[in-house]
Design a protein around this ligand. Structure first.
Ligand code: GLU
Ligand code: ZN
Length: 497
């Protein structure tokens, strides 16, 4: 067999936002195509119109683009196999539908929904696996005429051959066999002629010369149906690779309403995650890098392309761990230029009304330094609002830890001395604050933690935080003096339990 050019596709239905599972599928398809110098295609499967959602297609493409997964052919840029939207391919499906009907490999089914429901209930009542009985398999002309006269509109069903073992040779799961007797004749076209998923996907993948179908495990059960269709239509069967399920942190299958994790890519974007962190994290959901990098965790998209292979996809389910994702996102935030992280954070500060949207150069510099203080610990952009809250408050909330620090014997002394030193300062910046601390140390005899912790607690309300002198500089002289005086004036109340 001559090697086919590698062509992969991600084929979402426009029924919602880009899900993390879909993003991972798209990523694997992208990586395989790039690795093998093939093509990556995005096809929109919109024939299930009842489920389509307006603007979903654009949203999906936007999210894929944001992740950096560039495609070679799709609805927006066209390509040699256009059109790439199923609803624009109806004539093509009709051609193959007629071929199957003519060959007797498909037939019209006139059963009504009510009849089919009844049939199913009866089967379930007998403890059988519900499947189409084949009632319309061999209708004679009179029966057909009667149904037509009743005004019944037929669906088209595929005639599943009896007593066949269907082998799906999956690149992840190995050979998976299915008994054709367990598969009822399935509908391939609706009453109005629109194709059903299994039929459309087979025709499209075949005509678009997709070489590798990479998708999630939940589609494994569809695969024997598609294999039957490939055979019936005389198309070469592509390779299949079904990536493992993604479970939530409680190791359960995710539902759309699952609240243990954030499930949609655009939600991450809105929260200020970095696309390269998501890509890196998604890649490790059900795939592992080869030696010698098997234990590493940080990979750029280019490195992933270099290292990717379907052999390293895992059969075992992947567990989505939001903590790990946050760790990874924090890693990329730390690695980024400060200016990028400032741009990431600014919209949240603006929206919270904490900084003006029109800023003077001084204000802008202040914002940069503020974000700079938190770059090391920031997990995602939106978090800046809670982290930096203390810079914007008129009144601090003193937590239990801060109160405990303030309650120590020497503290009032230190704070009074520090206040006196501040008042003597000509300028207010990290260097002059350094001198004030030195003087306070001399006068109070306290140093190290005993010196800095009370000041931090009094002026930030917290016992941990970023660089203290830079923090005080950014809080500003006026607020610092007010806060200090407030603690001194209300010391007894503040520290009493
Ligand atoms: N439109 C299908 C879906 O959204 C595509 C499945 C496939 O990749 O074959 O799940
Ligand atoms: Zn029927």
């Amino acid at each position: 067999m001559t090697e086919r050019k590698v062509r992969t596709r991600y084929a979402p239905s426009p029924t919602g936002h880009l899900h993390i599972g879909g993003a991972r599928t798209a990523l694997f398809c992208y990586l395989l195509a790039r690795k093998e110098r093939g093509n990556f295609i995005i096809r929109i499967e919109d024939t299930d119109q009842e489920r389509n959602i307006e603007n979903a297609e654009q949203g999906l493409l936007d999210s894929l683009k944001w992740l950096g997964l560039e495609w070679d052919e799709s609805v927006d840029i066209g390509g040699p196999y256009a059109p790439y939207r199923s609803m624009e391919r109806l004539e093509t499906y009709q051609t193959y539908l007629h071929q199957l009907l003519q060959d007797g490999k498909a037939y019209y089914c006139y059963c009504s929904k009510e009849e089919l429901d009844k049939e199913r209930e009866a089967q379930q009542g007998r403890g059988e696996m519900p499947r189409y009985s084949g009632r319309c398999r061999d209708l004679d002309e009179t029966e057909v005429r009667r149904f037509e006269e009743e005004g019944r509109q037929p669906t088209v069903r595929f005639r599943v051959p009896a007593n066949q073992t269907i082998v799906v040779d999956d690149l992840v799961r190995g050979k998976v066999t299915f008994d054709s007797n367990g598969i009822g004749d399935f509908v391939i076209a609706r009453k109005d002629g629109r194709p059903m998923y299994n039929f459309a996907v087979t025709v499209d993948d075949a005509l678009m010369e997709i070489s590798h179908i990479v998708r999630a495990e939940e589609h494994l059960s569809n695969t024997p149906l598609q294999v039957l269709l490939y055979e019936a239509l005389g198309f070469p069967t592509p390779r299949f690779a079904h990536a493992s399920l993604i479970l939530n942190p409680n190791r359960q299958k995710m539902s759309k309403r699952d609240e243990t994790i954030i499930q949609f890519v655009d939600q991450y974007e809105k929260l200020g995650y970095l696309p390269e962190a998501l890509v890196n994290y998604f890649a490790l959901l059900g795939w592992a890098p080869p030696e010698p990098r098997a234990e590493d965790e940080i990979f750029s998209l280019d490195e992933l392309v270099e290292l990717f292979s379907l052999e390293r996809l895992s059969k075992a389910p992947a567990i989505f761990d939001p903590e790990k994702l946050n760790w990874m996102n924090n890693h990329y935030i730390k690695e980024s230029d400060l200016s990028r992280i400032v741009d990431l954070c600014v919209p949240y500060l603006e929206r919270a009304g904490l900084i003006p949207t029109e800023r003077t150069p001084e204000q802008q510099e202040w914002v940069q330094r503020l974000v700079g203080l938190y770059q090391e610990q920031l997990k995602y952009g939106a978090q800046i609002v809670e982290l930096a809250d203390l810079f914007f408050r008129d009144h601090l909330n003193y937590g239990e830890e801060a109160k405990a620090v303030l309650a120590e014997d020497h503290v009032l002394d230190v704070l009074c001395e520090f206040r006196n030193q501040l008042q003597a300062l000509e300028s207010f910046d990290p260097n002059s604050l350094q001198r004030a601390f030195k003087q306070t140390q001399k006068a109070s005899g306290q140093k190290g933690k005993k010196l800095f912790m009370p000041v931090r607690a009094a002026l930030t309300g917290e016992v941990h935080g970023p660089d203290l002198k830079e923090s005080l500089t950014l809080i500003g002289r006026e607020k610092v003096e007010q806060r200090l005086q407030h603690v001194i004036d209300n010391y007894r109340q503040l520290v009493s339990k």
